[in-house]
Write a protein that binds this ligand. Structure first.
Ligand code: NDP
Length: 451
């Protein structure tokens, strides 16, 4: 049986593009289909534009800090349309680079929705024709979820729309207590928007180390973000130009915009998975084995559509593992241990490894090293923002099994710390490393034992 392609990938986001380019460079005949813009969530409507918005909103804090350093900052004003237009220009550039790189690698790109017809056949909807492939890779990612049981839920926007708002709202209510909710609450507050964050639990970032969550609460409140905890929406109503948001705690919030950030779901609806016999779990995620294979022998899936670890670099590495294994004769398994993570809140969070609670739940006896201090820059600036560093160490071996940071630039720190931690560094080795003075990062080699 001969097929049109050796590999056909559905979804040209971070994972799909990497798998396809590599496979093609290794000599496979590769096609890829994308229904939206090439680049996927991260480049088009996620990490990249989000980071530009974070940078934009951080200036307001810098203006405040400048006074005690001798600067007189005159009247400042912010123009939302300028930010959105410049962000769009950069996203267009990146989108073109992705397209060019696919072409350079010899991958045939179809700007079309693609759906499975059977185990080897893909229907290209816009072109109204079928293609066949020996192997199929599904890398369609996820999509924001909103709670449709809430009356007026469609009055709220999601992270899909927030990058294209015509106007910056004066006030916003954000639902959720995870990455997107916190990052956007900080962005809005930094841009001067009256911001309320509504979260169903008592502590934000539920799966993070609880010392980090507690510190984040304090910092968010200091930055003017109002927190409504242990409550959810019951109803959203449009009343003239405002949205009235009713909560289960009896309060009613009035705002210009409401944003849902209550999680994302794998984008598998209508993909034809049942026609090809591909199994999904209850949440709609494609079930795969350790080598990204679905229950159908020639169909694979990587990235957020599998709902494993929903991060861009993870999808990319899964794509690499797949291509190396199948097209370069180099069996490669994705390693999910010690993946560094960051929340681009203000101040940001950086974390790698186990939280204190996760270590205890796993029956590991731990030593905790931690410190909470005001970085030098903030002292002169009279900025109350503090930094917290916490290292979780396995008592029996002295190995660092978790590191949790909150404070200025900690995502940059955690990327570097993840290297020795992944390779089994002990806390004695941290302490044997000379400090670099004066930095905030130097504290990591001098933390006092907390327990
Ligand atoms: P998260 O899973 O981070 O957070 C979802 C939040 O919504 C949680 O606080 C959750 O509460 C809450 N929630 C879930 N269901 C409901 C409900 N029915 N009613 C009220 N609240 C609810 O998802 P995000 O949407 O923020 O982000 C999606 C994924 O994208 C992340 O998991 C992450 O992998 C990725 N991402 C990564 C970023 C980064 O690396 N910096 C940035 C943005 C996204 P609870 O905690 O109680 O379950």
């Amino acid at each position: 049986m001969s097929y049109d392609y050796d590999l056909f990938t559905i979804g040209a986001g971070s994972g799909g593009v990497r798998a396809s380019r590599l496979a093609s460079q290794y000599g496979a005949r590769v096609g890829i289909a994308e229904e939206s813009r090439v680049g996927g969530t991260c480049v088009i409507r996620g990490c990249v534009p989000k980071k530009f918005f974070v940078y934009a909103s951080e200036f307001s804090h810098a203006f405040k800090d400048a006074g005690p350093y001798g600067w007189t900052v005159g009247d400042v004003s912010f123009d939302w349309k300028t930010l959105v237009a410049n962000k769009d220009t950069e996203i267009d550039r990146l989108n073109q680079i992705y397209i060019t790189n696919l072409k350079k690698a010899g991958v045939e790109l179809f700007q079309s929705r693609a759906e499975l017809k059977d185990q080897h056949t893909i229907h290209l909807v816009e072109e109204n024709r079928d293609v066949t492939a020996e192997k199929i890779m599904i890398a369609v990612g996820g999509t924001p979820w909103t709670d449709e049981s809430i009356e007026g839920h469609d009055l709220g926007i999601t992270s899909n729309e927030v990058f294209h708002l015509e106007e910056l709202p004066d006030s916003v209510v954000v639902a959720g207590g995870g990455y997107i909710a916190i990052e956007f609450a900080c962005i809005f507050a930094g841009l001067g928007v009256d911001t309320t964050l509504v979260y169903r639990g008592p502590t934000l970032l539920r799966n993070f180390d609880q010392d980090i969550s507690a510190q984040l609460h304090k910092e968010l409140e200091q930055k003017g973000v109002k927190l409504e905890l242990s409550t959810i929406f019951t109803k959203i109503e449009q009343v003239e130009s405002k949205k009235h948001v009713s909560l289960t705690n009896g309060k009613m919030l009035v705002a210009d915009q409401v944003m849902w950030a209550v999680g994302r779901r794998p984008k598998t609806v209508g993909l034809g998975l049942e026609k090809a016999g591909v199994e999904t779990n209850r949440g709609g995620a494609i079930v795969t084995d350790d080598h990204h294979k679905t229950n159908v022998d020639n169909i694979y899936a990587i990235g957020d559509v599998t709902d494993r670890v929903n991060l861009t670099p993870v999808a990319i590495r899964e794509g690499v593992a797949f291509a190396e294994t199948h097209y370069n004769n180099t069996p490669t398994t994705m390693d999910y241990e010690f993946i560094p993570k960051a929340v681009f809140s203000q101040p940001p969070v950086g974390t790698v490894g186990l939280s204190e609670q996760e270590a205890k739940d796993a029956g590991i006896e731990v030593d905790i090293y931690k410190s909470d201090f005001r970085p030098m820059k903030n002292i002169l600036a009279e900025n109350p923002e503090r930094m917290l560093m916490k290292v979780v160490v396995e008592k029996a071996t002295d190995k660092v099994i978790g590191c949790h940071l909150i404070g200025h630039e900690v995502p940059e720190m955690i990327q570097c710390l993840a290297i020795p931690i992944k390779h089994g560094v002990t806390y004695a080795e941290f302490k044997a490393t000379c400090a670099l003075h004066p930095t905030a990062a130097e504290e990591i080699v001098m933390l006092p034992k907390a327990s």
